[in-house]
Design a protein around this ligand. Structure first.
Ligand SMILES: [Zn+2]
Length: 184
């Protein structure tokens, strides 16, 4: 069996989807790359700022609420003050944090990176993602294998494409790694 690795590269952090009061509907909020740090007496509040992609309204996603500054390493605290890019990415990519803040995690823009695949042999395909996202495995597979919706469904039914761990390939979303068996 030929093992093929394909990497999903995200071109942006996922948008947070939430209700925008100004727009009067759910919209995509995009990470601004900026933190807001607010000192209140002995405590700090730290947020990551998002903007409605439609009207620019801001939304502060809570990272820390009323935390003792001494409990954060000074270089990390400095990172919050200086909007350190790696620190922004760490929190912007934290899909659990976005959900904990009451927003849904939107679809990030992405690219599929991998070798040309020889489909004449059975393949064990590993799709790797830096973090779980809402991207559907079916959409990725159709793009990688260049299959129509109908052809894809036929191949799921006849099990010439199947998940090595028993995932429902019509529904499941990408995890950090999904392993598929692909036969002719
Ligand atoms: Zn808006």
């Amino acid at each position: 069996m030929q093992i093929v690795n394909v990497d999903i590269q995200y071109l942006s952090p996922p948008p947070a989807i939430k209700y925008c009061k100004k727009c009067g509907k759910k919209t995509e909020y995009v990470c601004s790359g900026l933190f807001r740090v607010n000192a209140q007496r002995k405590y700090l509040d730290i947020w990551l700022i998002y903007k409605c992609s439609n009207c620019d309204s801001t939304w502060n996603m809570t990272i820390y609420s009323r935390i003792n500054p001494k409990s954060i390493a000074s270089e990390i605290l400095e990172g919050f003050h200086s909007n350190n890019g790696e620190l922004v990415e760490k929190y912007a990519m934290d899909t659990e944090l976005i959900q904990k803040n009451g927003a849904e995690v939107g679809l990030p823009k992405y690219k599929i990176r991998g070798p040309a695949i020889d489909f004449s042999m059975p393949i064990e395909l590993h799709i790797k993602s830096p973090y779980p996202s809402r991207l559907k495995v079916s959409a990725l597979l159709r793009e990688i294998l260049n299959l129509s919706q109908k052809a894809f469904e036929q191949r799921i039914t006849n099990e010439s494409i199947r998940s090595a761990s028993g995932l429902d390939l019509k529904k499941c979303r990408i995890q950090t790694e999904v392993v598929l068996i692909i036969e002719n």
